[in-house]
Design a protein around this ligand. Structure first.
Ligand SMILES: *[C@@H]1O[C@H](CO)[C@@H](O)[C@H](O)[C@H]1NC(C)=O
Ligand SMILES: *[C@@H]1O[C@H](CO)[C@@H](O)[C@H](O)[C@H]1NC(C)=O
Ligand SMILES: *[C@@H]1O[C@H](CO)[C@@H](O)[C@H](O)[C@H]1NC(C)=O
Ligand SMILES: *[C@@H]1O[C@H](CO)[C@@H](O)[C@H](O)[C@H]1NC(C)=O
Ligand SMILES: *[C@@H]1O[C@H](CO)[C@@H](O)[C@H](O)[C@H]1NC(C)=O
Ligand SMILES: *[C@@H]1O[C@H](CO)[C@@H](O)[C@H](O)[C@H]1NC(C)=O
Ligand SMILES: *[C@@H]1O[C@H](CO)[C@@H](O)[C@H](O)[C@H]1NC(C)=O
Ligand SMILES: *[C@@H]1O[C@H](CO)[C@@H](O)[C@H](O)[C@H]1NC(C)=O
Ligand SMILES: *[C@@H]1O[C@H](CO)[C@@H](O)[C@H](O)[C@H]1NC(C)=O
Ligand SMILES: *[C@@H]1O[C@H](CO)[C@@H](O)[C@H](O)[C@H]1NC(C)=O
Ligand SMILES: *[C@@H]1O[C@H](CO)[C@@H](O)[C@H](O)[C@H]1NC(C)=O
Ligand SMILES: *[C@@H]1O[C@H](CO)[C@@H](O)[C@H](O)[C@H]1NC(C)=O
Length: 620
């Protein structure tokens, strides 16, 4: 924004000057930083008035798509693949992305001179070098195709300054003739290896997975796909010493849940220390990873310090969770970041997460304090246009219907009547877009998103019933298809039906081959033929195998043939289709897989083997 002086000097209209001075005067007179527009005494959720005694106003905080440039821009980005490295590691890698974009980057012209040619040639390969500002020799250099992403380059961790935990780095890219140049910055985090029994957890920014190293993994980095629940502390503490309890932490773990997220009761010292220590010991013993929730205390830095001190030596600690729906309750916009910075000074070894409840409310500010973003979109058996709890209509500027800006079942939004799960997939896609607009983490990588499926029912709340087991599977699988790298449903204990189905899915997502594929290869949305727009499919190709997840979003059986188009080259075809989850019946058909008819809310998780072929055999 130009300075005031600029306006004063350049404004051709004299009336502007008093207007600006007036604004300055009022800004100083009122609150220094008014974050929300609610008048005093007006309760808000996601910035909106929701009581029938109050009227609607624009909540603000909305993130808009940036304006598009008329010509393509080259958006050079790079970042270390892992958000941290340890000093006992020798090498790391950089990810270099050079997408053409219409919203960010620098001018790109598809033309360059090269040695030995008198005429310009297309500019299709970008030369780059990556430097630390503290060393004259590059850490890495090479070439990447223009408009490619995910290019990986090895670098020596030993050539970083060893006395720094954080080394600023930069990349310079150029066309072969050096006339078009690009620049970006990032940093490498290098930490001492731990000398206690505690764990280190980090994020693979290339595919978004979390991985952990500790005595439990024999200090080998182990990728984890979390599949579990927020869990009642009351349930944990009441079963922990009760020999007659039929369900306890041991049955929880043997159900397949690989992490646990205890829900803290209130108070600035929320958990009973003695019981919590006992809980942590059992988690260490069971290799049950802990997502440590500080929802009531994350704005109290003293309390954070106290709580973190008792966790450090436990190998089962996986990550922190600070704010629970800070956007819903309209916590101060700097709260998540302040908390994040404080946690970092005490423990740089574990990522920090938080959940957002609103569809589009100060996304940038609240997510600035997180490494992992969760979304909790609850569209089952909810009325999105009228709030039975507050007796008001709900729309983009008013009301709280339990699912912010959701449209399930709303006749004004026909796609959401047709597909009753669209609010979930749209929310994940929204979060991916917002991150694209604000360039997510430093260097432009996307922070991982985890999903919180609806696995509860409170009588008298916004929701009319329990989700079914089938709906639960759809809600989990759909999120994974749209990029979720962890599932933590709200909440345990849940219904028997949900418990059984999620247990089976959790066991599947603990299998080494599944974890390796979903957290070790790029996700691709797959094209579907047939299926009335209600089939959602994604695939992860790893070598000659593709994991395919197909979700039928219809509540009724579909008789017709459904066909999924796999992104294979013309010299490849499907050899066989195996079934990890769901009914048999998927068959190979050239480069596609097909099934005659799908049952209500059917989910298929398939192991598709592909092979090379030639000539007519490719179409067989
Ligand atoms: C908002 O509603 C509350 C009661 O819920 C009332 O006390 C207050 O005066 C209302 N404020 C405005 C500005 O309407
Ligand atoms: C997009 O351009 C319009 C018109 O020039 C402007 O009013 C608007 O603020 C711009 N939006 C963004 C996000 O920059
Ligand atoms: C650049 O031009 C070449 C030759 O016309 C074309 O093959 C290539 O796709 C173009 N690349 C981009 C990024 O526009
Ligand atoms: C750049 O890549 C994107 C995504 O792969 C593709 O959709 C787009 O057409 C490409 N642009 C050019 C100019 O090749
Ligand atoms: C990394 O270090 C090894 C041994 O110290 C050396 O041989 C190698 O050339 C270095 N690689 C790079 C990219 O600097
Ligand atoms: C263990 O590591 C911590 C943190 O790096 C360090 O302060 C401490 O001195 C180390 N202790 C031993 C015994 O090496
Ligand atoms: C914590 O729990 C233990 C065991 O149930 C109990 O004896 C103790 O009084 C509790 N401590 C507090 C501070 O409530
Ligand atoms: C913050 O936490 C500390 C330590 O638990 C506690 O003594 C203090 O009362 C808390 N402050 C607030 C404002 O809750
Ligand atoms: C955080 O924001 C609040 C206003 O919401 C302000 O009062 C406070 O000073 C800010 N804190 C810091 C450390 O910037
Ligand atoms: C939302 O509903 C309120 C109350 O009926 C109404 O005043 C407001 O104009 C509506 N907002 C929009 C964007 O339609
Ligand atoms: C939501 O509730 C309103 C008021 O009771 C009702 O008119 C409307 O049909 C309901 N919508 C749905 C989708 O159930
Ligand atoms: C839900 O609450 C209503 C009103 O309090 C009650 O009539 C109904 O029986 C309750 N339903 C269940 C399943 O508990």
């Amino acid at each position: 924004m130009p300075s005031i002086a600029f306006y004063l000097l350049c404004s051709s209209t004299v009336v502007m000057i008093p207007a600006i001075l007036l604004q300055l005067f009022f800004w100083q007179g009122v609150r220094s930083e008014p974050p929300f527009n609610n008048p005093p005494g007006v309760d808000i959720w996601c910035g909106k008035a929701y009581r029938e005694t109050n009227s609607s106003f624009d909540p603000g905080g909305w993130l808009f798509a940036p304006n598009e440039s008329s010509s393509p821009l080259l958006d050079l980005r790079f970042y270390p693949r892992m958000n941290l490295y340890l000093k006992n590691e020798r090498t790391g890698t950089f990810i270099v992305d050079a997408p053409l974009s219409y919203i960010s980057g620098s001018a790109y012209k598809n033309s360059t001179f090269v040695k030995g040619e008198s005429k310009p040639v297309p500019f299709v390969t970008l030369d780059f070098q990556i430097f630390s500002s503290l060393s004259p020799t590059p850490l890495a250099y090479g070439q990447v195709p223009v408009n490619s992403t995910g290019n990986e380059f090895l670098f020596n961790l030993t050539s970083l300054p060893q006395h720094l935990t954080e080394t600023p780095i930069h990349i310079i890219g150029s066309s072969p003739d050096g006339l078009q140049t690009y620049y970006s910055t990032s940093r490498v985090i290098l930490l001492p290896a731990r000398n206690d029994t505690g764990s280190v957890a980090r994020i693979d920014r290339l595919y978004g997975g979390i991985q952990v190293s500790s005595s439990l993994t024999k200090t080998i980095w182990k990728p984890i796909f979390p599949y579990s629940f927020y869990t009642s502390w009351d349930w944990i503490s009441s079963t922990i010493n009760d020999a007659s309890a039929t369900k306890n932490l041991y049955t929880f773990r043997s159900n397949g849940y690989n992490i646990i997220h205890p829900i803290p009761p209130g108070g600035s010292d929320p958990f009973n220390r003695t019981t919590f220590e006992q809980f942590l010991k059992i988690c260490d013993e069971l290799e049950l990873y802990v997502m440590y929730d500080m929802r009531h205390t994350y704005q109290n830095l003293t309390s954070i310090s106290n709580q973190l001190s008792i966790l450090q030596s436990h190998p089962s600690l996986l990550l922190y969770y600070t704010a629970d729906e800070p956007d819903g309750s309209c916590d101060p916009l700097n709260a998540t970041q302040l908390s994040y910075n404080h946690i970092r000074t005490i423990d740089p070894y574990h990522p920090v997460s938080l959940v957002l409840n609103c569809q589009n409310f100060y996304f940038k500010e609240y997510t600035s304090g997180a490494d992992i973003i969760l979304e909790d979109t609850y569209p089952i058996a909810v009325n999105t246009t009228f709030s039975s709890v507050y007796n008001t209509v709900c729309n983009s500027t008013y009301g709280d219907c339990g699912c912010d800006n959701c449209h399930v079942g709303d006749n004004n939004y026909p796609p959401y009547v047709h597909n009753r799960f669209l609010d979930i997939s749209a929310r994940l896609d929204n979060f991916a877009n917002y991150q694209e607009w604000i360039k997510g983490g430093e260097g432009g990588f996307k922070k991982p998103v985890w999903g919180v499926p609806q696995a509860f029912w409170d009588n008298g709340s916004f929701w009319q019933r329990w989700p079914t087991g089938e709906e639960q599977v759809v809600m989990g699988a759909l999120r994974i298809n749209h990029g979720a790298k962890g599932i933590v449903a709200w909440s345990y204990p849940t219904s028997t039906e949900i418990e059984e189905e999620t247990g089976k899915l959790a066991k599947l997502f603990e299998r080494e081959e599944i974890v390796r594929t979903v957290l070790g290869s790029p996700r691709q949305a797959l094209q579907v033929l047939g299926g009335d727009g209600l089939v959602d499919a994604a695939g992860w190709l790893s070598g000659v195998e593709m994991l395919v997840c197909v979700v039928w979003l219809g509540y009724e059986r579909l008789g017709e043939k459904v066909e999924i188009v796999l992104p294979l080259s013309k010299s490849m075809r499907v050899r066989s289709v195996g079934t990890y989850w769901g009914p048999e019946g998927w068959k190979a058909e050239g480069r596609n897989i097909v099934k005659e008819g799908v049952g209500a809310l059917e989910v298929g998780i398939l192991k598709v083997s592909v092979e090379a072929c030639a000539g007519v055999a490719c179409n067989a």
